[in-house]
Unconditional design. Sequence first.
Length: 413
Amino acid sequence: MVLDDPFVSTLILILLALLGARFSFSSLQVSPGPRLVFRTGTHFLFLGFLLGPHLLGLLTQEAVRQLFPLLGLGLGWIGFLFGLQLDRRNLRHFPPAFHLLAIGQAIFVFFLFLGIGWIVLMTWGQTGRIPQLLLMAGAATACISTPAGIALISTSYLVRGRIRDLLFLVASLDALVGITALQIVYVLFPPADLGIGFALLPRLTWIVGAVGLGVVCGILFLWLTRPRPGAEEMVLFLLGIAAFASGAALQLQLSPLFVSVVMGAVVANFSPDPQRVFKVLNEWEKPIYVVFLMLAGALLSFSTLLVPFLAVLYAVVRGAGKVLGNLFVVKALPFPFETPKGFGLGLIPQGGISLAMAISFVLTYGERRMGEVNAADLLFAVVVLGVVLSELAGPFFTRRVLQRAGEISPRNS
């Protein structure tokens, strides 16, 4: 059976999402690496790939394209949820050096990735606008770590300590650099013409526009929820504002993640009860994320044999950047305690925001081609495999860092 009707496709995806959310994303019966893949939900992405047009064909390409609004909703939801973490009342409990480490190491990864990537492009003779676009977008996704990897090890080994808390904070904040960098990519490479014919200064004003859109959406949400609606109404308001912010951003060719993060930060800092909003968002995260991942999986294609090689290169460069970036920033900043050597290895797990950024890229630049290859599909496939590699290997590196810090007992390792 082939699902050409988007209504039927939507019903099936929602059913699978509810079933997927009913069961845990992780399993205690598997080793930490695969367990993190399950916890991040990457297996749902490959399930979508299995059902999609490139394998079983149960979801046709046309049906998937007609369901793009669900991907936009997912981007808005993920960005809103991340933005709610940027509450100044919580962040000020940590010393400035911790925040500088989170931002500084991510910036280092971005520029290291750009430098090495540029050398690779020069070697292959690929210096056009589209290869540059792919390189900058890839560098933006490479900045990011996930606190899920640290949480997994903490839960498995009952870890408590300063290094664990520092790793968790850095991994929770460094996505801000990647999401901002992706918005800058949108500005430098306008989807309409990839930057040809537009002066740089007018293009940079679109960053102000993206911030303004996020602020307006945040204020709108705060106004709508002033009467303190019930839980069911709150879900409807959240769905509506996430879809509106993401849809408006896509129509204006802005980053839906960036706009939604700004919106979430506005709500976090000006809502009288941001924890209530966060709780509702978090409760509905799994079913929305499952639909999001399965639809994204249906878009996944491996159009060239270079994808595995590029994914390994992506993961290695990103890992090296995390290690070196954290080493340099820690040495440059006055820290209240000593961090173990190789601290950056604890940030190897990458997580779902990188996948969301790659999906955002597909929605915006999906028709661009580089020779015989669809450029957006190539980037998406490389990021997906790179994330899987980082999540398979990352928990073991995180555990080693915490062992060196003495926060995991040798008896528990």
